[in-house]
Design a protein around this ligand. Sequence first.
Ligand code: ZN
Ligand code: ZN
Length: 357
Amino acid sequence: MTPSEKLTEMLRLNEHTAVVIHDPSNMFYLTEGYAGEGLVYLSAQRRAIVTDFRYTEAAEKDSSGFEVIMIDRDHSHEHRVAELCAAESISELYYESNILSVDDFERLRAAVGEEVSYIPLRRAPQQIRQIKTPSEIVIMRKAGSITSEAFEAVLPKIRVGMTEKELRLELENAMYRLGADGLAFDTIIASGVNGSLPHAVPGNRRLQQGDMITMDFGAKVGGYCSDMTRTVALGEPSPEMRKVYQTVFRAQAMCEAALAAGKICSEIDKLARDYIDSQGYAGRFGHGLGHCVGIDIHEEPRLSQKCQDVLKAGMVITVEPGIYLPGVGGVRIENTCLVKEKGSEPLTTARKELVIL
Ligand code: ZN
Ligand code: ZN
C-alpha cells in the first residue's frame, strides 16, 4: 500500500470527504518524494499537488501518481482546492490544524465555503509515519552509516587549538563527502566546560588538552534524518569525567539493550534515569532519553518520563542519555536505533567506547 492509500484507509474517506495537506514533511511522505512548495489534495478518487510554476516540473517528476495543478495570478492555492472540492461535491475537508495559521485557515474556508465541515487531521499522517517501511529503513540505514563514517573520518583532524566552529566544518564536510544530501539538523559541538550545555552552538572556543568534546550531528539522505552523538577526550580526561563517561556509556548500552517492540517509552527512560541517579548524578540528566526520527529529526513517540506509548517494530528512535555538570563539562552518547519485534538494531554504528585522542 502506498502512503496515500494508507492515509485514505485510516481516515475511511468516503466519496464526499477530502484531505488537504500543508506540512512539508507530510507532503513529501504522501507523494513519495515531492519536496517543493504548495499543498497536497487527497480524496478517495483524486490525488493532486497544487503548486506554482517553479515546482510543477519537479512535482511531476518526484511524485508517484499525483496530478499536478498549477496556480496562477487569478487562482491561488485555496481557489484550486475549492475547485477540486466543488468537482467532487466534498462536504467534509480534513486539514492540519497544527500547521495552518488562523489566517491561512480563514482564507481556505472563505475560498472553499462555509457549508463544508472542516475537521482537524490530528496528525494522522504522522501516526502512519511512525512505522518505517523496509524501503525507508534502507535509506535511514544509509544516513546512519554516513554519519558513523563521518565520525571516524574526523577523529584524526581533532587537535588542540582548533575551534569548535572549525571542527563543525570538518564534520559537515565529511558527511557531504560521504554522500549526505544535507544535514539533519544544526550540528552541536560542545567542548570542555561548554559540554554542560546539551544544545551548545559551536563557537570560537579553542580545544584544549584534557577537554571532553561532544559532537551531536546527523546526515540527511533521500529526505530522511539520522542522529548520533559521540563524546571524545582530547588527551587524558580527569578521573571525574572518566566516571561520567562510564556512567553515560552504561546507561546508553542498557537502554539500547532493553529497546524492543511492546516496551513502554517511559519505562526505557526510567532505566537510564534511575541508573544515572544511583551513580550520584541525580538531576544532571535533564532531558528526555530519546525521540523518533524519520523525515523530521524529532518525531513521536519519545522516550520520556511522560510518554506512555508502546514501542512497535519499525519505529526508529534515538537513545541519548547524558550527564551535564555546570562549570565542569558533560557527556552524551546517542544512537539512532531500529525497534524490532525482539530487541533493536543501531543504525548509527560508530564505536561508543571512550576514544582518547
Ligand atoms: Zn542528536
Ligand atoms: Zn537526538
